[in-house]
Design a protein around this ligand. Structure first.
Ligand code: ZN
Length: 156
């Protein structure tokens, strides 16, 4: 933030940014990308977040160390479902090692790391940066990613 800005102007910008982020999250919640079932998935796992009642089933098709397709099923709060929708968009075509790197960046962002929050590799996922201020919701945002970690870090 610019030090010379009027305090009020900085606040307005932050409010506008939060509204924009809120719209991105709601858009993914209402029109989830890659929601459905992949019949030929090579990996799938369902996890839930009992604190909030969220459920995410992540399905992947992994070939030669690359995620060629990704989809999810689930229900729950807007943060959990939007995070899963945005995540599947960023996973397709990505190598497994890169996917785990993205997971690490996203996790750092949710724990308040500002450098991680400005990483363009996260795309729409940056809309979830504000969740870092609400510790109870971090589990919602990480649910789909916990599926990803368990699926990709498991021994073949
Ligand atoms: Zn939730």
């Amino acid at each position: 933030m610019n030090d010379h800005q009027m305090p009020g102007a900085g606040h307005d910008t932050e409010v506008q940014l939060q509204q924009l982020y809120q719209e991105v999250i709601l858009d993914h919640y209402r029109k989830p990308r890659n929601k459905g079932v992949i019949a030929a998935s090579t990996h799938q796992l369902t996890l839930n977040n009992p604190l909030c009642g969220d459920v995410v089933e992540l399905q992947l098709v992994v070939r030669d160390g690359k995620i060629v397709d990704a989809a999810f099923e689930g229900s729950g709060c807007s943060i959990s479902q939007a995070s899963a929708s945005m995540m599947t968009e960023r996973l397709k075509g990505r190598r497994v090692a890169d996917a785990l790197e993205l997971d690490a960046t996203f996790t750092r962002m949710l724990h308040g790391d500002e450098a991680a929050a400005s990483d363009e590799d996260l795309g729409d996922l940056r809309a979830l940066a504000g969740v870092s201020r609400f510790p109870v919701r971090i589990k919602c945002a990480l649910l789909a990613w916990n599926c990803l970690e368990e699926l990709l870090e498991a021994p073949a």
